[in-house]
Design a protein around this ligand. Sequence first.
Ligand SMILES: [Zn+2]
Ligand SMILES: [Zn+2]
Length: 305
Amino acid sequence: MKQITIAALAGTALLLAGAAANAQAPDFSKVEIKTTDLGNKTYMLEGQGGNITVAVGTDGIIMVDSQFAPLHDKIKAAIAKISPLPIKYLINTHYHGDHVGGNAAFHKDGATIVGHDNIRVRMVAGTTNGLTGNKVPPAEPDAVPTQTWLVGDSKVEAGGRVAQLYHTVNSHTDGDTWVYFPDANVLATGDTVSRNYPNLDWGNGGTIDGVVLAVERYLKTANDNTKIVPGHGALATKANLQEYHDMMATVRDRVKKLYDEGKTEEQVLAMKPLADLDAKWGAAQGLGTPTTFLRNVYNSFRNHD
Ligand SMILES: [Zn+2]
Ligand SMILES: [Zn+2]
């Protein structure tokens, strides 16, 4: 009976996570929010789901991503320890449930939800994961971004703090945004960067070429002092980013060659073209495991045709 309950809960977590890279056991009551001071009134928050970035201005707060809905109270409490000011803007890096789960509750608290228009479109319509077939139903209206843009870049300001928003075309999804806080030299990447193999949501516009191009933009923006908040995993440096880039470019080149030769997904899996990389990068749970990653990369080339 207990096993059945856990299995049922795990299914719920996957649904909540949507195509989350790190869907894990969903006992949110045990999650603790860890706050890391990045300097200049800017912070990284880790709990369960995508990493959160918080920037405190003189009259309000900008936050990037909101993890899962049940963690809202804990995240809110962790931010209140940093500053008593209101959260004015909540920026979404993409539509996945482990990054937008807290949207509705933070919106009800008074935050304006900001995101690329493709996030709004996917949240309103509901989505299906290309690999697992998992469906996420349409989001409630309070959760959907109301401050959106479609072409080019955007910007959010609160109490002297500036968040520069840059859309990366067809990378982890079709609606990814990375956020740069120039006064703190902090770069939040969303799920285009992970410390393991990343999830690649090809069923919703993701491509590995787009991820490599996105990381090349980060490398141009970052210097050796830049603090990089990845979508999942520990705070990163430019050197970490370079290593991740080189891995992803290698993966792209190897799998693209096989795809272009007309090899089927099963043939490519049997050839184990990433075997030498798996030990270092394949440690993630769920959608970041070596087989799933390879399947996602292979299928993402369909979006290039
Ligand atoms: Zn994520
Ligand atoms: Zn994601």
